[in-house]
Ligand binder design. Sequence first.
Ligand code: PMP
Length: 308
Amino acid sequence: MANTEQQVWFNGKMVPESQAKVSIFTHALHYGSSVFEGIRAYDTPKGPAIFRLKEHVQRLFDSAKIYGWSIPYSKQEIEQACKDAVLANGLTNAYLRPLAYIGNVGLGLTPKSTVCDALVAAMNWGSYLGDESLEKGVDVCVSSWNRLAPNTIPTGAKAGGNYLSSQLISSEAKRHGYDEGIALDVNGTISEGAGENLFFVKNGVIYTPPTTACILPGLTRDTLMVLARDFGYEVREESIAREAMYLADEMFMCGTAAEVVPVRSVDRIDIGTGKRGPITEQLQTAYFALIKGQSEDKWGWLDYVADP
Ligand code: PMP
């Protein structure tokens, strides 16, 4: 390919990345006023398909609504932009980053215009916690930083500013030699990882912290709850005490970027056998088969990039 520069959908047009310029007065740069998504496309026997595209785009619009901002494109236009970004970059497996932000509306905290600028970038990106983590699992710690309290910054919105909290959690964990940090919520019960939701298995029942535990209600979390119930497991959204986590038989974390990752230890305490557990493996296998189009898509979650 002569032109290998990445193509980005930027305010309605596909342009080379070097032409997608923003002002130094971009409101989001100064005040964190952006909302975004992380979406993956996988190569399937019927060509690249974007997993749960509609739900991700809906969450982008919901995040903007929480802040009172408008995205001056329809959901269908953003969905098409995601597909076009995969195609324009010749990708088969892709990580997609739609972003809507308050642009150069002048300084001052309250934006003078609440109409967002928008972009969609697409790139190759391996599993967020490392490809080997999928089988071997990761070692995590409980962060000294709590997750955002619900009456401070809403964790149900996927906003740029929220990720200052995530950066504190993950960088502290890495500084102390862990793969990832997980946080407690404002009540001291388990919330989520820096960029992942959490699941626990105890006596064959699957538990995950509820949406009131200051989490981002992840689409991978939702997918795994549906898959687990389809296998006949009982899945409970319940608040989880820190000590119950140490006593779980299995634990795993999940997210679009991280995919489904076993947790082998927390705070250097082995979870179960300290290896990927059987229910984790079963759900992980089912998840990868689904996103790669190798099992029946009963829920209509695969959105093919090129219409057949
Ligand atoms: N929690 C946080 C804080 C996240 O950043 C993510 C990644 N978007 C998740 C959970 C998982 O969400 P999803 O499965 O929708 O990617």
